[in-house]
Design a protein around this ligand. Structure first.
Ligand code: PLP
Length: 420
């Protein structure tokens, strides 16, 4: 045995460099794994850390910052609303809340809207609404069928609807939920019974690795719901608000859900979500939904600014064109580095890698001044600002190529057991 031989380096040893910021995160309860950098400033597609290093952000707060970092329209809307009225309380109307609900309904063809704080809350509210409808119109049916590997948030009910993920490990599943494989119409059909009240799906599964529903599937699901007299709930927390090149992803599929959830991009970076209901699904009565900050005026003003921006003439064309440009660039890179499948719509893309190195690539990318996400061990996700420019995309591709090379070199070194 050679006692002097150094242990083989890990990918992390080879990729990471310690940042100089000494701020401690010890008081933070452990939750999300975060890199040590502390971020202090953002503008558009760029973020700066406390050492003034610039990072190109192709995650944008998990797709929440739809207009990028600190856009002028959001700054102005929030400043104006702050001056006028932050929060009259959820027991009183405020102008921003009324305007946003009215405009969301008008632009999405919905009949009622309710404003909340997070995507998980909106999903909870959707489940509650469907079950209320089940009480009224389907003999007390309450069961919700959703797709395996889907993700609808981290509250108890949203997690039970989500079927999987490490955060579900210690939680008992709530009753009244069942899961079937995504894009499998016969499995879905077979799972519906007399207790089923609704089918809850993401049009494109984000956390599962950007997996789009096929058109045949989503149209089939809609048809099934109509034939069997149950509700279709589309969770558009990640896909909505222009992310996929139309205001709602359902428009691209030519389907129409009974209930829709929005979140993330709706607030442009501030916590805002919405529940939309159509026709017979509008059945909540006074007192059946409540939350201290539901319809908060400040957050609603942000939602109005975002909605106005994404509905501006040419905005969606920009999302679609930049989406194609990003997709083509990623496909070229995937080919060059022998990676796998590329999936997505608009500005929501997932790239499957040839191995489980997505976390290593995310770390290497950070080192190259690029912020990305790895929703799965073998998948990278790209959700840039909807305002991203072609030069941002070109720069991102350069940095990503360097990150891929860095990981390849580290993997080779690991294999050879050579410490650097
Ligand atoms: N629904 C979908 C489709 C999501 O992707 C997420 C979050 O990733 C949620 C719901 C939960 O949203 P939030 O994290 O704002 O609670």
């Amino acid at each position: 045995m050679n006692l002097f031989r150094r242990p083989a380096p890990s990918l992390d040893d080879l990729i990471l460099e310690a940042p100089s910021d000494t701020s401690s995160s010890e008081s933070l309860m452990p939750s999300v794994a975060r890199p040590p950098q502390v971020f202090v400033r953002g503008q558009g597609s760029w973020l700066w850390d406390s050492d003034d290093h610039a990072y190109l952000d192709f995650s944008q707060g998990n797709a929440a910052n739809s207009l990028g970092h600190s856009p002028q329209v959001l700054i102005k809307a929030l400043a104006d609303q702050t001056q006028a009225l932050i929060n009259p309380g959820n027991g009183l109307h405020n102008r921003a809340q009324l305007n946003l609900a009215e405009r969301l309904c008008h632009r999405t063809g919905s009949d009622q809207a309710y404003l909340l704080n997070t995507g998980a809350e909106a999903v909870e509210a959707a489940i509650k609404l469907a079950r209320k409808w089940g009480q009224l119109h389907r003999g007390g049916a309450y069961r919700i069928i959703s797709a395996s590997a889907g993700c609808h948030g981290r509250s108890f009910a949203a997690m039970s609807a989500s079927a999987g993920g490490p955060e579900n490990r210690f939680e008992p599943q709530l009753p009244g939920f069942s899961h079937v494989p995504f894009n499998d119409l016969p499995a879905l059909h077979a799972a519906v019974d007399a207790q089923t009240v609704a089918i809850l799906l993401e049009p494109i599964q984000g956390e599962a690795g950007v997996i789009p529903a096929t058109e045949h599937y989503l149209k089939g699901v809609e048809r099934l719901c109509r034939e069997l007299g149950i509700l279709l709930i589309l969770d558009e927390v990640q896909t909505g608000m222009g992310r996929c090149g139309t205001l709602l992803a359902e428009q691209q599929y030519g389907v129409r859900a009974d209930i829709i959830t929005l979140g993330k991009g709706l607030g442009g970076g501030v916590p805002l979500a919405a529940l939309l209901a159509r026709g017979k699904a509008c059945c909540f009565d006074v007192g059946e939904l409540e939350g201290t900050h539901h319809g908060n005026a400040l957050m609603a003003s942000a939602g109005l600014a975002v909605l106005d921006s994404v509905l501006e003439h040419g905005f969606m064309d920009h999302v679609r064109e930049s989406g194609v440009y990003l997709g083509e660039g990623l496909a070229r890179l995937a080919y060059r580095y022998d990676h796998g499948q590329l999936r997505g719509h608009g500005l929501m893309w997932g790239l499957t890698l040839s191995d489980d190195s997505a976390d290593a690539v995310v770390k290497a990318a950070l080192h190259e001044g690029l912020i990305l996400q790895a929703p799965q061990p073998n998948c990278l996700r790209f959700t840039p600002a909807l305002t991203v420019s072609k030069s941002n995309i070109d720069e991102m591709l350069l940095r990503l190529a360097r990150a891929f090379s860095r990981v390849r070199t580290a993997q080779l070194q690991c294999r050879k057991g050579i410490a650097v």
